[in-house]
Design a protein around this ligand. Structure first.
Ligand code: ASP
Length: 484
């Protein structure tokens, strides 16, 4: 497109960038949002840009602490209504809830093939010393893909010369100019004298026809666990009327207290109240790895699902979006673990198998169909966890040893010995100490070899010493790479 035929729509929603003191005679009075008209004289001159900018200030300017799902949908509708007329969009927004808005728009705007750049500032445009002017101009340039810049067809946050994927971003400073980071995803561009966009990690333009989703369900909440948390608190939280989903913020790689009373409340919420409970870390960086510690394995046993490396904002708003689609809890849980807009680094496919029998030496666990979108070449890792696996009926030490072979898509009932056939996932050889014990079988390479996306996944456990084996449950989770 010719440079001078490019046009950007700038949508004003408020925030510090456009704020003025409440009392015009008292520069220290609290800041309140003002209309663009009152602040535009402080703005860099748009006529010095190589493209045109239209300003849309039909939305009420707010402090972004007042942001809500209806407002997000209004922004999405504005973009839809003017989508064909503009090369890209800039949204002026307060920093406090900018990451929530960026995430919401990433889900509401479907098949986006134009830049939507959200920006704001820590100091108002109207102040002599500010970070607003530069943020604004750079955001406009990115939205226009000006001066030969590659197009970034994503919802991004531009702040302090950093371009971030919106749904990966977090506000990390309440007043520093470097206010935002995306701790689990590299910045999309380096911005200095030159703007260098890292096109390899920018989402690809899908070009399947842009449209918007118009429904979000706000019946969700984020909840932080803490040492000493009382199960009564949990019970009351889960009893909130209308609540459908909870983002549970846990420690480290997704760990939580292992005491029965705590777990019972969560299990009750999942099994009896049909809530979707998603595990997100309280850490600033890194991901949930359920099963790495017993303290997280217990959560997966009771049906908590992994939010892998999503930010709390992304997990919360994604849940609003999925519930807004009218999905049932099973689908919400399945979709929460799949990357939809670049908000997480891996997809998780979980298969939960119920309690195993005790009277047989060959157990075929129920078959599970692989979800759509599974690509076996993308498998990163997989593990099977057997909870409380034990040998029954043995007396001597040897008889008590666990010896079993685990198969996927087991070929025939009599193949009890071979460990080399492709369907074999691995062998369990474990000294049983008389206590119930858990066993985790890592099977990345094997899973990739044997899995056939067109067939249901069936696990079979074959006892190798003729002893009966039992377990409380088995949990297979397969992690796959996402498309960028
Ligand atoms: N309270 C302001 C807002 O979020 C803060 C800011 O914009 O920096 O609207």
């Amino acid at each position: 497109m010719e440079e001078n035929s490019k046009k950007v729509l700038m949508i004003c929603t408020g925030g510090t960038i456009g704020m003025l003191p409440k009392d015009k005679n008292d520069s220290l009075s609290p800041l309140v949002p003002a209309s663009w008209d009152r602040i535009k004289d402080n703005s860099p001159a748009f006529d010095q840009l190589s493209f045109e900018v239209d300003v849309d200030e039909r939305l009420r300017p707010i402090d972004s602490s007042d942001m809500n799902p209806e407002y997000w949908i209004s922004i999405a509708k504005k973009i839809r209504d003017d989508y064909e007329k503009y090369s890209g969009f800039v949204i002026l927004h307060g920093t406090d809830t900018m990451t929530y808005t960026a995430t919401a728009l990433s889900f509401l705007l479907e098949n986006l093939d134009k830049p939507v750049i959200i920006t704001g500032s820590q100091l108002p445009l109207a102040k002599a010393r500010n970070d607003a002017a530069q943020n604004l101009v750079t955001a406009l340039m990115l939205a226009a893909s000006a001066d030969g810049l590659p197009t970034v067809p994503e919802v991004c946050i531009l702040f302090n010369n950093t371009l971030l994927r919106g749904n990966r971003s977090r506000k990390i400073s309440s007043s520093g100019f470097a206010g935002f980071q995306s701790p689990n995803y590299r910045p999309l561009a380096e911005i200095g004298e030159h703007i260098k966009i890292d096109t390899k990690i920018v989402r690809k333009d899908t070009a399947k026809g842009f449209f918007i989703n118009e429904f979000l369900d706000p019946n969700v909440m984020v909840f932080d666990i803490f040492p000493g948390i009382s199960p009564t608190i949990l019970r009351n939280v889960f009893a909130i009327e209308g609540l459908k989903g909870v983002i549970l913020r846990t420690y480290g790689t997704g760990n939580a207290p292992t005491n029965e009373d705590f777990l019972k409340e969560i299990e009750f919420a999942i099994t009896k109240k049909n809530l979707a409970v998603v595990n997100i870390t309280q850490c600033a960086q890194g991901m949930v790895e359920m099963g790495l510690y017993d303290a997280s394995a217990q959560l997966s046993r009771i049906g908590v699902i992994s939010g892998v490396d999503m930010t709390p904002e992304a997990a919360l708003v994604k849940m609003m979006f999925l519930l807004g689609q009218g999905y049932d809890t099973t689908t919400v849980k399945e979709q929460m673990q799949k990357d939809l807009r670049g908000e997480q680094s891996v997809n998780v496919f979980n298969f939960i198998y119920e309690r195993g029998g005790t009277k047989e030496t060959v157990f075929k666990l129920a078959t599970k169909q692989l979800a759509a979108g599974f690509v076996k070449e993308k498998i990163v890792t997989a593990n099977i966890r057997f909870d409380a696996i034990a040998v029954k009926g043995g007396t001597g030490a040897e008889e008590k040893d666990l010896q079993a072979t685990v198969f996927m898509n087991y070929p025939s009932a009599d193949a009890t010995t071979s460990v080399d056939i492709p369907q074999c996932l691995g062998v369990i050889e474990k000294k049983y100490d008389g206590q119930s014990t858990d066993y985790v079988l890592e099977c990345t390479r094997k899973v990739r070899q044997v899995i056939d996306p067109s067939r249901p996944v069936q696990l079979t456990v074959v006892s190798r010493n003729g002893k009966d084996i039992s377990w409380d449950g088995a949990f297979l989770s397969i992690y796959t790479d996402v498309d960028i």
